[in-house]
Structure formats: structure tokens, C-alpha cells
Design a protein around this ligand. Structure first.
Ligand SMILES: Nc1ncnc2c1ncn2[C@@H]1O[C@H](COP(=O)(O)OP(=O)(O)OP(=O)(O)O)[C@@H](O)[C@H]1O
Ligand SMILES: [Mg+2]
Length: 257
């Protein structure tokens, strides 16, 4: 089933159009990643999908239903959670209260919400240890875990994640990518925007490359990891890791890798 289908999307800020005719699809159970340079329009796309920006043209369907003119809080109730760039946790509230806020859109009984908060603490034990602390006192990586945990407490079927590894120390980056793999195993569907193109492509079922508000390339994560342009532009010349053997007789390629 197609979880998210975006077609011919145009959106921007005031009179400035940032997204020009963007189309993409996210199938249920997939991790789909969107990579692109600073200012390409990745954040704008996630905000438009989650209802924070109203598009000027195009369609957005979530589980087959149009969500184009719905406000963000209604889209969230339908089962989509957006973890924005910069996390946007409530810094002057405790860890536990942040998690409770994540459940505010749900109508079920408190006991079920407490079960999900318990699951969040089991996933991120450091948050359990710090449950009574103000969120502002958490490290950057812990705040990112809190932002993801808060989104999960809303029980989304589709998670939109904007740069979850940005600015984090390597051990937190590793933990975030592990979490994404776990979530996929648990059946969540994820649309991931990442600067860490290599790691994102490694876990992605499908990937899109955005340049100046347009999708210029798409394919499996593996095929984009092996794409020359992607390697040159987004993976760094020397950091390339081919997952397939270089062509026979191409000695220079074999040596340089
Ligand atoms: N609130 C805003 N008002 C006006 N223009 C904006 C606003 N937010 C973003 N833009 C512009 O829209 C374009 C796309 O920005 P966007 O934040 O979507 O890029 P991005 O791909 O997420 O970049 P980054 O990798 O730096 O996060 C940029 O030219 C940016 O200056
Ligand atoms: Mg961005």
C-alpha cells in the first residue's frame, strides 16, 4: 500500500515558490530518504506534507486520502508525526511532560498512554533516568531521542524526520540510525531527511535527491550509493564505498577504493 503519495506539489513562502512540481511516494513499511544540499527545499517539503505550509498546487494523499487542505493537528490525528528540524521539544518542561504532550492528540485512556510512555523509556533508558529533569538540561543527542520518543507516543504510522542526526556526536548518530532500523522492523514507515547522506542511503529502501526545489534523481538506496553524481556531490570523493565490484580492468578504480 502507498502510505504517502505526493504529486505535482508546489509550495513556498509568500510569493516565493520553493517546491516546483515535486512528486514522490512512500510505500508502507519503507524507509524513504530525501537528500539534498542546504536550501534545496527538504524542510519545506516535510512541512507541506504535515500541513504546516499550504501548497499552491498538487496533491498529497496519506493512506489514499487527500490531506491537502487539512490543518496540521488533524493530519497528526490521522497518524502522521513530524519531528522537525531542531527538535522543537518543550525545553522548560520535564522529559515526562514532553512525552505526555506527544499523546495529547490521542483520545484513549490514560493507562494506555502510560504504557506507551513506558515503551519509550524502555527504548531510551536515558530518558527514564532523566524523566523528572527539564528537557533543556538534556544533551543534544538526548533531546533528539526525546523528540523521536515524543513523536512515537502519538502512535504514528508515518514518521517524518527532519535531520535527526544533525550536530550530534558519533555515538548518538549511531544510536539514532539504530532506532530507525528498529522502527522499520516494528512496521513503522519513515520519510527521512538527512545531511548524513551515506548513512541515510544505507538504510533507505528508496531515496530521492532534491536540488533547488525539484527531485532530480531517485532510486533504491543502494543504487544511489553507487551513483557517480551522488558520490561526487553528496558522499565526498574519497569517502565513496562501492557496494558492487568495479568493472574488470579498472585498476585505478580498484586502487582508489
Ligand atoms: N520561513 C521562510 N520564509 C522564507 N523563505 C524560507 C523560509 N524557510 C525557508 N525558506 C527558503 O526556502 C528555501 C528552502 O529552504 P528549506 O529550509 O526547505 O531547505 P532545506 O533543504 O531543508 O535546507 P537545509 O539542508 O539547510 O535544512 C531556501 O531558499 C530558504 O531560504
Ligand atoms: Mg532543512
Amino acid at each position: 500500500m502507498t502510505m504517502l503519495s505526493v504529486e505535482g506539489l508546489r509550495a513556498g513562502y509568500g510569493k516565493i515558490e520553493v517546491l516546483h512540481d515535486v512528486s514522490l511516494a512512500v510505500e508502507q513499511g519503507q524507509i524513504v530518504t530525501l537528500i539534498g544540499a542546504n536550501g534545496a527545499g527538504k524542510t519545506t517539503l516535510l512541512k507541506t506534507v504535515s500541513g504546516l505550509i499550504r501548497p499552491s498546487a498538487g496533491t498529497i494523499a496519506f493512506e489514499g486520502n487527500s490531506i491537502v487542505r487539512r490543518p496540521a493537528h488533524k493530519i497528526m490525528r490521522l497518524g502522521m508525526s513530524h519531528v522537525p528540524e531542531g527538535r522543537a521539544i518543550l525545553k522548560r518542561m520535564t522529559v515526562l511532560d514532553n512525552l505526555r504532550m506527544g499523546a495529547y492528540a490521542r483520545r484513549d485512556r490514560d493507562r494506555e498512554i502510560e504504557v506507551d510512555i513506558g515503551a519509550a523509556f524502555a527504548r531510551f533508558p536515558v530518558l527514564a533516568e532523566r524523566r523528572a529533569q527539564m528537557a533543556a538540561t538534556l544533551s543534544g543527542g538526548e533531546q533528539q531521542m526525546l523528540a523521536i520518543a515524543r513523536a512515537l507516543v502519538a502512535r504514528p504510522r508515518l514518521l517524518l524526520l527532519d535531520e535527526p542526526s544533525l550536530g550530534l556526536a558519533p555515538k548518538f548518530v549511531t544510536r539514532i540510525f539504530e532506532t530507525l532500523r528498529e522502527l522499520k522492523r516494528e512496521g513503522k514507515t519513515i520519510l527521512l531527511v538527512e545531511q548524513n547522506a551515506r548513512k541515510a542511503l544505507q538504510i533507505a529502501d528508496k531515496a530521492y535527491v532534491m536540488e533547488r526545489g525539484r527531485i532530480v534523481l531517485s532510486g533504491s538506496g543502494e543504487s544511489l550509493l553507487n551513483d557517480d553524481t551522488v558520490q561526487r556531490t553528496y558522499l565526498g570523493r574519497h569517502a565513496a564505498t562501492k557496494t558492487t565490484a568495479p568493472p574488470a580492468g579498472d585498476a585505478s578504480a580498484a586502487i582508489s577504493r
